[in-house]
Design a protein around this ligand. Structure first.
Ligand code: GLU
Length: 449
């Protein structure tokens, strides 16, 4: 195993996030490799850590002042052993090969856990939609799809949203794909309802994460009723995480964006959440505006000089990191424990550093890693693909019930795999092992391809 990690580091020394994601999985699947010598003989680790295909391309577009801009586009087609490549597109200035390979790698195991037939992929661009006009975003999306279209398809690779890619961007990309291919197909998920989208897809990641948290609590005969929760982020995942926590009787006291966070001691109720949804989704404003509307709340700007995030330093029972990777470091994890947090459910992908994860595991709190806890989003994307194939739409209760069922089944798979390999209560080991075994067995069945 250490050979593979060394090989990966030697091949791409700068891909730190990818190394982090690989090491985290490989460390936990060691007992599986010990029990199955065939995996070693077939060099399964070498194969599973190398993307099946990496596509990288130029995305030229014209801004509103007539200047020509150039961004980089990517699609990582990581693994198609159990279904077509599936995973989101991220538009954010931080996007590079390392970030997308880590996300694609995580996606492979996450998708395997959903019970649906989806392989793993991820893509995106270093384009920053923040502050761009709708027309600029449209021109960028069209140029991006003018290249991506030849690599994707409803049975090949089905992208969706992620950070910086929501309904607006999916719409522009879908329009361009349809024009180029002269085909109306389910090639993207996260579409609008009127043209092939699924009910509950916008809600799915946040709702699913809270369902997963409820499953973890139910093992201890507990619920979210009366629990105080810290939520980071204020985008799609955070918004619907708050909505579901409120519905289940919890209280949420924080939200954030890249510039800072708000602390609302009285709790973010349904009216305040409606304000945030309008602010972020329609006005495309910043979370700092929350305190202009609700002056009892406190806004704290992000401070890069601090080695911790004060958002994680409030008295609470549960934490739902829903912003981005590595947003909880060891100091933050220590602060969470010190402040009484006994449950962490990750709405974001890899929001906790390896040191933070170890602190959660050492303290034996309920810790639901992203690839299990946030799988609800891609799961409902899978249900959107099913509905597109059948050319019909399920009512929201049907999709929501299926989502609940899938989150329950992911929870059960994690618990069973962790028990089977002697690590009861360890959802990191459980999720990695359950996802890994499914994908690896499919790869072996299909031979050396
Ligand atoms: N970007 C989401 C994730 O990280 C959703 C992907 C999808 O729906 O394909 O799982």
């Amino acid at each position: 195993m250490s050979d593979i990690v060394q090989l990966i580091k030697d091949k791409d020394p700068e891909q730190k996030e990818f190394h982090q994601a690989v090491i985290e999985v490989l460390e936990t699947v060691k007992p599986v490799l010990d029990r199955n010598p065939q995996y070693g003989k077939e060099n399964i680790l070498g194969r599973i850590t190398e993307p099946e295909r990496v596509i990288m391309f130029r995305v030229p577009w014209m801004d509103d002042t007539g200047q020509v801009q150039v961004n980089r586009g990517f699609r990582i087609e990581m693994n198609s052993a159990i279904g077509p490549y599936k995973g989101g597109l991220r538009f954010h200035p931080s996007v590079n090969l390392s970030i997308l390979k880590f996300l694609a790698f995580e996606q492979v195991f996450k998708n395997a856990l959903t019970t649906l037939p989806m392989g793993g992929g991820k893509g995106g661009s270093d384009f920053d939609p923040k502050g761009k006009s709708d027309h600029e975003v449209m021109r960028f999306c069209q140029s991006f799809m003018a290249e991506l279209f030849r690599h994707i398809g409803p049975n090949t690779d089905i992208p969706a949203g992620d950070i910086g890619v929501g309904g607006r961007e999916i719409g522009y990309m879908f329009g361009m794909y349809k024009k180029l291919r002269n085909e109306f197909t389910g090639v993207l998920t996260g579409k609008s309802l009127a043209w092939g989208g699924s009910l509950i897809r916008p809600e799915a990641t946040g709702y699913g994460c809270v369902y997963f948290a409820s499953e973890m609590l139910s093992v201890k005969n507990d619920t979210l009723q009366g629990k105080t929760c810290l939520v980071s982020g204020s985008g799609n995942v955070a918004q619907f995480t708050v909505e579901k926590i409120l519905e289940l009787g919890g209280k949420v006291i924080t939200l954030s964006d890249s510039a800072g966070y708000i602390y609302d001691e009285k709790g973010i109720d349904a009216d305040k959440l409606a304000f945030v949804m309008n602010l972020k989704n329609i006005q495309r404003g910043r979370i700092s505006e929350y305190v202009e509307k609700y002056p009892d709340a406190v806004y704290t700007p992000a401070d890069a000089a601090l080695d911790y995030n004060p958002l994680w330093n409030h008295q609470a029972n549960c934490a739902f990191p829903s912003a981005t990777q590595n947003e909880i470091n060891d100091t933050d994890a220590g602060n969470l424990i010190k402040n009484g947090v006994t449950l962490v459910a990750e709405g974001a992908n890899m929001p906790s550093t390896p040191e933070a994860v170890n602190i959660f595991l050492d303290n034996k709190i309920m810790y639901g890693p992203g690839k299990a806890a946030n799988a609800g989003g891609v799961a409902v994307s899978g249900l959107e693909m099913s509905q597109n194939s059948m050319r019909l739409n399920w009512p929201s209760e049907e999709v929501d019930n299926r989502l609940k069922g899938i989150m329950k089944s992911i929870h059960t798979s994690c618990v069973n795999a962790a028990d089977e390999y002697g690590q009861p209560g360890n959802y990191v080991a459980g999720a990695n092992i359950a996802g890994f075994v499914k994908v690896v067995n499919a790869m072996l069945d299909q031979g050396l391809v």
